[in-house]
Ligand binder design. Structure first.
Ligand code: SF4
Length: 429
Protein backbone atom coordinates (compact mmCIF):
# COMPACT_ATOMS: atom_id res chain seq x y z
CA UNK A 1 0.00 0.00 0.00
CA UNK A 2 1.49 3.33 -1.09
CA UNK A 3 1.79 6.00 1.58
CA UNK A 4 0.80 9.60 0.87
CA UNK A 5 1.19 12.77 2.94
CA UNK A 6 -0.53 16.13 2.48
CA UNK A 7 0.67 19.60 3.46
CA UNK A 8 -1.86 22.40 3.14
CA UNK A 9 -1.03 26.09 2.95
CA UNK A 10 -3.61 28.87 3.04
CA UNK A 11 -7.34 29.11 3.60
CA UNK A 12 -10.16 26.89 4.82
CA UNK A 13 -11.11 26.11 1.21
CA UNK A 14 -7.66 24.62 0.65
CA UNK A 15 -7.98 22.66 3.90
CA UNK A 16 -11.35 21.32 2.79
CA UNK A 17 -9.96 20.30 -0.60
CA UNK A 18 -7.03 18.50 1.02
CA UNK A 19 -9.52 16.60 3.20
CA UNK A 20 -11.44 15.55 0.06
CA UNK A 21 -8.21 14.41 -1.60
CA UNK A 22 -7.12 12.49 1.52
CA UNK A 23 -10.47 10.67 1.56
CA UNK A 24 -10.20 9.94 -2.18
CA UNK A 25 -6.70 8.46 -1.85
CA UNK A 26 -7.56 6.36 1.20
CA UNK A 27 -10.63 5.04 -0.67
CA UNK A 28 -8.25 4.03 -3.49
CA UNK A 29 -5.77 1.98 -1.54
CA UNK A 30 -3.40 4.65 -0.25
CA UNK A 31 -2.42 5.06 3.40
CA UNK A 32 -2.60 8.71 4.42
CA UNK A 33 0.30 9.57 6.76
CA UNK A 34 1.59 12.74 8.41
CA UNK A 35 3.96 14.98 6.40
CA UNK A 36 6.90 14.23 8.76
CA UNK A 37 6.53 10.49 8.20
CA UNK A 38 8.11 8.43 5.40
CA UNK A 39 5.84 8.42 2.32
CA UNK A 40 5.89 7.46 -1.36
CA UNK A 41 4.06 10.65 -2.32
CA UNK A 42 4.15 14.12 -0.76
CA UNK A 43 1.48 16.61 -1.84
CA UNK A 44 1.71 20.37 -1.23
CA UNK A 45 -1.65 22.09 -1.61
CA UNK A 46 -0.30 25.59 -2.15
CA UNK A 47 -1.50 29.15 -1.50
CA UNK A 48 -0.42 32.16 -3.56
CA UNK A 49 -2.02 35.11 -1.74
CA UNK A 50 1.46 36.45 -0.95
CA UNK A 51 4.85 36.18 -2.66
CA UNK A 52 6.26 34.76 0.58
CA UNK A 53 3.73 31.92 0.24
CA UNK A 54 5.26 30.94 -3.11
CA UNK A 55 8.76 31.08 -1.62
CA UNK A 56 7.65 28.87 1.27
CA UNK A 57 6.19 26.33 -1.18
CA UNK A 58 9.44 26.16 -3.20
CA UNK A 59 11.48 25.74 0.00
CA UNK A 60 9.17 22.94 1.19
CA UNK A 61 9.51 21.11 -2.14
CA UNK A 62 13.32 21.37 -2.03
CA UNK A 63 13.45 20.08 1.57
CA UNK A 64 10.96 17.29 0.82
CA UNK A 65 12.89 16.08 -2.20
CA UNK A 66 16.27 16.33 -0.42
CA UNK A 67 14.93 14.23 2.49
CA UNK A 68 13.02 11.77 0.27
CA UNK A 69 14.77 11.65 -3.15
CA UNK A 70 12.89 8.48 -4.15
CA UNK A 71 9.44 9.90 -3.39
CA UNK A 72 7.01 11.73 -5.66
CA UNK A 73 6.54 15.45 -4.89
CA UNK A 74 3.22 16.83 -6.10
CA UNK A 75 2.60 20.57 -6.27
CA UNK A 76 -1.07 21.52 -6.54
CA UNK A 77 -3.33 24.45 -5.74
CA UNK A 78 -3.29 28.21 -6.26
CA UNK A 79 0.42 28.80 -6.92
CA UNK A 80 0.63 26.63 -10.08
CA UNK A 81 -2.80 27.85 -11.23
CA UNK A 82 -1.77 31.52 -11.01
CA UNK A 83 1.87 31.03 -12.16
CA UNK A 84 1.91 27.82 -14.27
CA UNK A 85 5.26 28.49 -15.99
CA UNK A 86 7.07 29.26 -12.74
CA UNK A 87 5.59 26.17 -11.10
CA UNK A 88 6.43 23.91 -14.05
CA UNK A 89 10.04 25.13 -13.86
CA UNK A 90 10.48 23.82 -10.29
CA UNK A 91 12.70 20.74 -10.79
CA UNK A 92 11.69 19.14 -7.49
CA UNK A 93 7.99 18.97 -8.53
CA UNK A 94 7.19 15.61 -10.21
CA UNK A 95 3.55 16.61 -10.57
CA UNK A 96 2.26 20.16 -11.18
CA UNK A 97 -1.50 20.75 -11.19
CA UNK A 98 -3.73 23.68 -10.30
CA UNK A 99 -7.14 24.35 -8.74
CA UNK A 100 -9.17 22.85 -11.56
CA UNK A 101 -10.08 19.14 -11.68
CA UNK A 102 -8.66 18.61 -8.19
CA UNK A 103 -9.76 14.99 -7.97
CA UNK A 104 -7.76 14.10 -11.11
CA UNK A 105 -4.71 14.17 -8.85
CA UNK A 106 -5.30 10.48 -8.09
CA UNK A 107 -4.78 9.50 -11.73
CA UNK A 108 -1.74 11.77 -12.02
CA UNK A 109 -0.12 10.29 -8.92
CA UNK A 110 -0.64 6.76 -10.23
CA UNK A 111 1.07 7.79 -13.52
CA UNK A 112 3.93 9.53 -11.67
CA UNK A 113 4.49 6.41 -9.55
CA UNK A 114 5.18 4.68 -12.89
CA UNK A 115 7.91 7.27 -13.60
CA UNK A 116 6.13 9.98 -15.62
CA UNK A 117 6.53 13.72 -14.84
CA UNK A 118 3.13 15.40 -15.06
CA UNK A 119 2.63 19.12 -15.68
CA UNK A 120 -1.06 19.81 -16.24
CA UNK A 121 -2.56 23.14 -15.23
CA UNK A 122 -5.92 23.62 -16.96
CA UNK A 123 -7.13 27.25 -17.26
CA UNK A 124 -10.48 28.08 -15.62
CA UNK A 125 -13.17 29.01 -18.14
CA UNK A 126 -16.41 30.96 -17.81
CA UNK A 127 -19.39 28.67 -17.34
CA UNK A 128 -17.43 25.78 -15.82
CA UNK A 129 -19.34 23.99 -13.08
CA UNK A 130 -18.49 23.52 -9.41
CA UNK A 131 -16.25 20.44 -9.14
CA UNK A 132 -18.28 17.87 -7.18
CA UNK A 133 -16.35 17.34 -3.94
CA UNK A 134 -17.51 16.22 -0.54
CA UNK A 135 -16.11 15.23 2.83
CA UNK A 136 -17.49 12.76 5.31
CA UNK A 137 -15.57 14.32 8.15
CA UNK A 138 -12.44 16.30 8.96
CA UNK A 139 -9.73 14.39 10.78
CA UNK A 140 -9.47 15.45 14.41
CA UNK A 141 -11.86 18.42 14.20
CA UNK A 142 -15.09 19.12 16.12
CA UNK A 143 -16.45 21.38 13.42
CA UNK A 144 -16.62 20.57 9.74
CA UNK A 145 -15.63 23.02 7.02
CA UNK A 146 -17.96 22.79 4.04
CA UNK A 147 -16.86 24.36 0.75
CA UNK A 148 -19.95 25.53 -1.13
CA UNK A 149 -18.48 28.21 -3.41
CA UNK A 150 -15.39 28.59 -5.59
CA UNK A 151 -14.00 31.46 -7.65
CA UNK A 152 -14.17 35.24 -7.42
CA UNK A 153 -14.98 38.03 -9.88
CA UNK A 154 -14.30 41.10 -7.68
CA UNK A 155 -10.73 41.85 -8.84
CA UNK A 156 -9.58 43.83 -5.82
CA UNK A 157 -6.48 45.61 -7.06
CA UNK A 158 -4.07 43.80 -4.67
CA UNK A 159 -5.46 40.28 -5.13
CA UNK A 160 -4.32 37.41 -7.36
CA UNK A 161 -7.10 35.02 -6.28
CA UNK A 162 -9.45 35.57 -9.24
CA UNK A 163 -6.56 34.38 -11.45
CA UNK A 164 -5.91 31.36 -9.21
CA UNK A 165 -9.52 30.38 -8.70
CA UNK A 166 -11.47 31.47 -11.80
CA UNK A 167 -15.15 32.45 -12.14
CA UNK A 168 -17.82 31.92 -9.47
CA UNK A 169 -19.13 28.35 -9.14
CA UNK A 170 -21.65 27.21 -6.56
CA UNK A 171 -22.28 23.74 -5.11
CA UNK A 172 -25.79 22.51 -5.96
CA UNK A 173 -28.21 22.69 -3.01
CA UNK A 174 -28.96 18.96 -3.16
CA UNK A 175 -25.23 18.15 -2.86
CA UNK A 176 -25.04 20.48 0.16
CA UNK A 177 -28.01 18.73 1.79
CA UNK A 178 -26.48 15.28 1.26
CA UNK A 179 -23.08 16.37 2.57
CA UNK A 180 -24.42 18.14 5.67
CA UNK A 181 -26.66 15.17 6.44
CA UNK A 182 -23.64 12.85 6.23
CA UNK A 183 -21.66 15.16 8.54
CA UNK A 184 -24.53 15.22 11.05
CA UNK A 185 -24.67 11.41 10.88
CA UNK A 186 -20.91 11.37 11.53
CA UNK A 187 -21.55 13.29 14.75
CA UNK A 188 -20.61 16.82 13.70
CA UNK A 189 -22.65 19.45 15.50
CA UNK A 190 -21.19 22.46 13.71
CA UNK A 191 -20.57 23.15 10.03
CA UNK A 192 -18.64 26.17 8.76
CA UNK A 193 -19.65 27.25 5.24
CA UNK A 194 -16.60 28.41 3.29
CA UNK A 195 -15.80 29.65 -0.18
CA UNK A 196 -13.31 31.75 -2.08
CA UNK A 197 -15.97 34.49 -2.14
CA UNK A 198 -18.65 32.86 -0.01
CA UNK A 199 -20.98 35.87 -0.27
CA UNK A 200 -21.24 35.25 -4.03
CA UNK A 201 -22.78 31.81 -3.51
CA UNK A 202 -25.50 31.21 -6.12
CA UNK A 203 -24.66 34.28 -8.22
CA UNK A 204 -24.60 32.16 -11.37
CA UNK A 205 -27.65 30.04 -10.44
CA UNK A 206 -30.03 32.70 -9.11
CA UNK A 207 -29.67 31.56 -5.51
CA UNK A 208 -28.17 33.44 -2.56
CA UNK A 209 -25.94 32.47 0.35
CA UNK A 210 -28.93 32.74 2.70
CA UNK A 211 -30.64 29.90 0.77
CA UNK A 212 -27.71 27.60 1.54
CA UNK A 213 -27.61 28.75 5.18
CA UNK A 214 -31.32 28.02 5.70
CA UNK A 215 -30.85 24.61 4.10
CA UNK A 216 -27.94 23.72 6.42
CA UNK A 217 -29.82 24.99 9.49
CA UNK A 218 -32.73 22.68 8.60
CA UNK A 219 -30.65 19.48 8.67
CA UNK A 220 -31.43 17.42 11.82
CA UNK A 221 -28.44 17.07 14.16
CA UNK A 222 -26.70 20.24 12.99
CA UNK A 223 -26.76 22.55 16.02
CA UNK A 224 -24.60 25.31 14.59
CA UNK A 225 -24.05 26.84 11.18
CA UNK A 226 -21.12 29.25 10.99
CA UNK A 227 -19.87 31.34 8.06
CA UNK A 228 -16.39 31.89 6.71
CA UNK A 229 -15.21 35.29 5.46
CA UNK A 230 -17.83 37.55 3.86
CA UNK A 231 -17.77 40.47 1.43
CA UNK A 232 -19.79 43.08 3.37
CA UNK A 233 -21.69 44.78 0.55
CA UNK A 234 -23.13 41.45 -0.63
CA UNK A 235 -25.06 41.11 2.64
CA UNK A 236 -28.52 42.63 2.28
CA UNK A 237 -30.98 43.67 4.99
CA UNK A 238 -33.23 40.78 3.88
CA UNK A 239 -30.31 38.31 4.28
CA UNK A 240 -29.63 39.58 7.80
CA UNK A 241 -33.33 39.43 8.77
CA UNK A 242 -33.60 35.82 7.50
CA UNK A 243 -30.40 34.81 9.34
CA UNK A 244 -31.74 36.33 12.56
CA UNK A 245 -34.72 33.95 12.41
CA UNK A 246 -32.46 30.85 12.44
CA UNK A 247 -31.93 29.46 15.97
CA UNK A 248 -28.82 27.50 15.06
CA UNK A 249 -27.17 30.25 13.01
CA UNK A 250 -23.93 31.51 14.59
CA UNK A 251 -23.95 35.34 14.92
CA UNK A 252 -20.27 35.75 14.09
CA UNK A 253 -19.71 37.87 11.00
CA UNK A 254 -16.21 37.99 9.51
CA UNK A 255 -16.85 41.03 7.32
CA UNK A 256 -13.67 41.63 5.34
CA UNK A 257 -12.89 45.38 5.66
CA UNK A 258 -9.28 45.71 4.43
CA UNK A 259 -9.17 49.45 5.21
CA UNK A 260 -11.26 51.98 7.14
CA UNK A 261 -10.20 54.79 4.81
CA UNK A 262 -12.45 55.55 1.80
CA UNK A 263 -9.56 56.77 -0.37
CA UNK A 264 -7.70 53.50 0.21
CA UNK A 265 -10.85 51.38 -0.32
CA UNK A 266 -11.30 53.06 -3.71
CA UNK A 267 -7.66 52.38 -4.64
CA UNK A 268 -8.13 48.74 -3.61
CA UNK A 269 -11.19 48.51 -5.90
CA UNK A 270 -13.27 47.41 -2.91
CA UNK A 271 -17.02 47.72 -3.56
CA UNK A 272 -18.18 49.72 -0.50
CA UNK A 273 -17.13 52.72 1.55
CA UNK A 274 -16.78 53.07 5.32
CA UNK A 275 -20.29 54.54 5.72
CA UNK A 276 -21.88 51.53 4.01
CA UNK A 277 -19.75 49.14 6.05
CA UNK A 278 -20.80 50.88 9.30
CA UNK A 279 -24.47 50.71 8.23
CA UNK A 280 -24.24 46.94 7.65
CA UNK A 281 -22.60 46.49 11.08
CA UNK A 282 -25.36 48.53 12.73
CA UNK A 283 -27.99 46.40 10.95
CA UNK A 284 -26.34 43.19 12.19
CA UNK A 285 -26.04 44.48 15.77
CA UNK A 286 -29.69 45.55 15.72
CA UNK A 287 -30.80 42.14 14.43
CA UNK A 288 -28.79 39.87 16.74
CA UNK A 289 -28.30 39.79 20.51
CA UNK A 290 -24.55 39.65 21.03
CA UNK A 291 -23.22 39.36 17.46
CA UNK A 292 -19.45 39.38 17.01
CA UNK A 293 -17.93 41.36 14.11
CA UNK A 294 -14.47 40.22 13.11
CA UNK A 295 -12.41 41.29 10.12
CA UNK A 296 -9.17 41.60 8.11
CA UNK A 297 -7.36 44.94 7.93
CA UNK A 298 -4.45 45.63 5.62
CA UNK A 299 -1.93 48.37 6.40
CA UNK A 300 0.61 49.97 4.10
CA UNK A 301 -1.36 49.59 0.87
CA UNK A 302 0.30 51.34 -2.08
CA UNK A 303 -0.23 55.09 -1.83
CA UNK A 304 -1.57 54.94 1.77
CA UNK A 305 -0.65 58.22 3.50
CA UNK A 306 -0.24 58.75 7.25
CA UNK A 307 -3.60 60.55 7.16
CA UNK A 308 -5.25 57.54 5.43
CA UNK A 309 -3.77 55.25 8.05
CA UNK A 310 -5.10 57.45 10.85
CA UNK A 311 -8.57 57.33 9.23
CA UNK A 312 -8.37 53.52 9.13
CA UNK A 313 -7.35 53.39 12.82
CA UNK A 314 -10.22 55.70 13.76
CA UNK A 315 -12.73 53.57 11.85
CA UNK A 316 -11.50 50.35 13.49
CA UNK A 317 -11.93 52.07 16.86
CA UNK A 318 -15.46 53.24 15.88
CA UNK A 319 -16.63 49.73 14.92
CA UNK A 320 -15.00 48.04 17.95
CA UNK A 321 -14.17 44.69 16.35
CA UNK A 322 -14.22 41.47 18.37
CA UNK A 323 -11.10 40.31 16.54
CA UNK A 324 -8.98 41.64 13.69
CA UNK A 325 -6.44 39.89 11.48
CA UNK A 326 -3.95 42.67 10.71
CA UNK A 327 -1.49 42.22 7.86
CA UNK A 328 0.81 44.43 5.83
CA UNK A 329 0.20 44.87 2.11
CA UNK A 330 2.22 42.34 0.09
CA UNK A 331 3.04 43.39 -3.47
CA UNK A 332 1.71 40.62 -5.75
CA UNK A 333 2.97 40.15 -9.29
CA UNK A 334 0.08 40.05 -11.74
CA UNK A 335 -2.11 42.52 -9.78
CA UNK A 336 -2.97 46.14 -10.61
CA UNK A 337 -1.63 47.50 -7.29
CA UNK A 338 1.78 45.87 -7.83
CA UNK A 339 2.39 48.22 -10.75
CA UNK A 340 1.82 51.36 -8.64
CA UNK A 341 4.99 53.48 -8.17
CA UNK A 342 3.95 54.77 -4.72
CA UNK A 343 4.68 51.65 -2.67
CA UNK A 344 4.93 52.18 1.12
CA UNK A 345 8.38 51.40 2.62
CA UNK A 346 8.55 48.24 4.77
CA UNK A 347 9.56 50.06 8.01
CA UNK A 348 6.45 52.25 7.66
CA UNK A 349 4.31 49.14 7.11
CA UNK A 350 5.81 47.60 10.26
CA UNK A 351 5.03 50.69 12.33
CA UNK A 352 1.46 50.89 11.01
CA UNK A 353 0.95 47.16 11.68
CA UNK A 354 2.04 47.65 15.29
CA UNK A 355 -0.31 50.60 15.71
CA UNK A 356 -3.29 48.74 14.21
CA UNK A 357 -2.56 45.58 16.25
CA UNK A 358 -2.27 47.62 19.47
CA UNK A 359 -5.63 49.29 18.82
CA UNK A 360 -7.47 46.15 17.73
CA UNK A 361 -6.06 44.08 20.62
CA UNK A 362 -7.67 46.68 22.88
CA UNK A 363 -11.07 46.46 21.13
CA UNK A 364 -10.74 42.67 21.37
CA UNK A 365 -10.17 42.82 25.11
CA UNK A 366 -13.15 45.17 25.45
CA UNK A 367 -15.31 42.69 23.51
CA UNK A 368 -14.18 39.74 25.67
CA UNK A 369 -14.89 41.78 28.81
CA UNK A 370 -18.42 42.44 27.50
CA UNK A 371 -19.01 38.66 27.46
CA UNK A 372 -18.28 38.24 31.20
CA UNK A 373 -21.39 37.34 33.17
CA UNK A 374 -23.22 35.84 30.18
CA UNK A 375 -24.38 32.21 30.14
CA UNK A 376 -23.67 30.77 26.69
CA UNK A 377 -23.64 27.48 24.80
CA UNK A 378 -20.02 26.40 24.29
CA UNK A 379 -18.85 23.67 21.86
CA UNK A 380 -15.97 22.20 23.89
CA UNK A 381 -12.94 21.13 21.87
CA UNK A 382 -9.97 18.89 22.67
CA UNK A 383 -7.44 21.73 23.11
CA UNK A 384 -6.34 21.70 26.76
CA UNK A 385 -5.38 25.03 28.41
CA UNK A 386 -4.15 25.77 31.97
CA UNK A 387 -7.77 26.77 32.74
CA UNK A 388 -9.50 23.77 31.18
CA UNK A 389 -10.62 22.67 27.71
CA UNK A 390 -11.01 25.41 25.09
CA UNK A 391 -14.35 25.86 23.41
CA UNK A 392 -16.26 28.48 21.43
CA UNK A 393 -19.60 30.17 21.93
CA UNK A 394 -22.06 30.77 19.08
CA UNK A 395 -20.40 34.12 18.32
CA UNK A 396 -16.98 32.41 18.39
CA UNK A 397 -15.79 33.78 21.74
CA UNK A 398 -13.04 31.44 22.99
CA UNK A 399 -13.77 30.12 26.50
CA UNK A 400 -11.57 27.88 28.64
CA UNK A 401 -13.92 25.60 30.60
CA UNK A 402 -12.90 23.57 33.64
CA UNK A 403 -14.67 20.33 32.69
CA UNK A 404 -14.02 16.56 32.43
CA UNK A 405 -12.48 15.21 29.15
CA UNK A 406 -15.73 13.48 28.16
CA UNK A 407 -17.23 16.96 27.65
CA UNK A 408 -15.09 17.45 24.51
CA UNK A 409 -17.16 17.50 21.32
CA UNK A 410 -20.30 18.39 23.30
CA UNK A 411 -22.23 21.68 23.49
CA UNK A 412 -22.65 22.68 27.15
CA UNK A 413 -24.04 25.68 29.08
CA UNK A 414 -21.24 27.82 30.49
CA UNK A 415 -21.20 30.98 32.61
CA UNK A 416 -18.39 33.27 31.47
CA UNK A 417 -16.60 34.37 34.60
CA UNK A 418 -13.55 36.30 33.39
CA UNK A 419 -11.60 37.64 30.38
CA UNK A 420 -7.86 37.05 30.39
CA UNK A 421 -5.06 37.24 27.80
CA UNK A 422 -7.26 37.18 24.71
CA UNK A 423 -9.66 34.50 25.93
CA UNK A 424 -12.47 34.04 28.42
CA UNK A 425 -12.77 31.66 31.38
CA UNK A 426 -15.98 29.87 32.18
CA UNK A 427 -17.68 27.38 34.48
CA UNK A 428 -20.29 24.71 33.72
CA UNK A 429 -23.83 25.62 34.83
S1 SF4 B 1 -13.10 39.58 -2.96
FE1 SF4 B 1 -11.22 40.63 -3.52
S2 SF4 B 1 -9.78 40.01 -1.92
FE2 SF4 B 1 -11.45 38.56 -1.88
S3 SF4 B 1 -10.80 36.86 -3.19
FE3 SF4 B 1 -12.01 38.27 -4.43
S4 SF4 B 1 -10.53 39.63 -5.40
FE4 SF4 B 1 -9.52 38.63 -3.67
Amino acid sequence: MARIAFTTLGCKVNQYETECLAELFSQNGFEVVEPDEAADVYVINSCTVTASGDKKTRQMLRRMKKKNPGSIAALTGCYPQAFPDKAAAIPEADIVTGTKDRLDLLDKVQKALEGERIVSVTPHIRGELFEPMRVNGLRGRSRAYLKIEDGCERYCSYCIIPTARGPIRSKPMEDIREEVTALADAGYKEVVLVGINLSSYGKETGLRLIDAIELCCSVPGIERVRLGSLEPELLTGDDIARMAKLKNFCPQFHLSLQSGCDRTLKAMNRHYDSAEYARIVRDIRASFDNAAITTDIMVGFAGETEEDHKASLAFAEEIGFAKVHVFAYSRREGTVAARRPDQVPEPVKDLRSREMIELTDRTRDEFLLSQVGRVEDVLVETTKTPFGYEGFTMNYTPVAVDCPPETCGKIVRVRITAALNGTCLGELV
